[in-house]
Design a protein around this ligand. Structure first.
Ligand code: MN
Length: 136
């Protein structure tokens, strides 16, 4: 077995995230499974850009309260212990609320080209504020 006692915490790139978001990569995509797993921590107000995952994504909230939104305006508000499954190709975003931190384990299966994520434009303040007002 291999015992990894710590992984580096890296700030996620501003061209893909709004606000301060930190990633610990647990599993990088590699053959044969191309499984990618990360522990991602969002500060209040922080969120991903719009994006989609070729093979879908599982998000397991480990701390705080988060939001996951879709283009159709469906917004899920999820707390620690809850899991959200995003289907393949569905454009969405995830992030903290404006008053709470949120951390999740993000799980995707990629392919030989990487983790299969297609990154799009930022979630605007208007879109984010609208999501804060929605419930699910
Ligand atoms: Mn996602």
């Amino acid at each position: 077995m291999e015992h990894i006692t710590s992984t580096p915490t890296v700030k996620t790139p501003a061209e893909r995230f709004t606000g301060d978001v930190y990633l610990n990569l647990i599993e990088a995509p590699a053959a044969p499974a191309h499984l990618a797993v990360g522990h991602v921590r969002f500060t209040p107000g922080a969120r991903t850009n719009w994006h989609s995952h070729a093979n879908g994504q599982t998000l397991h909230i480990t701390d705080g309260v988060g939001l996951v939104g879709t283009r159709e305006g469906h917004v899920v508000r999820a707390s620690a212990g809850e899991t959200i499954k995003c289907p393949p190709g569905e454009e969405h975003w995830h992030g903290a609320t404006d008053t709470t931190f949120m951390a999740h384990i993000a799980i995707v299966v990629g392919d030989s080209g990487g983790d299969g994520t297609t990154w799009l434009e930022p979630v605007t303040d208007e879109q984010y504020e609208s999501a804060l007002g929605a419930t699910s």
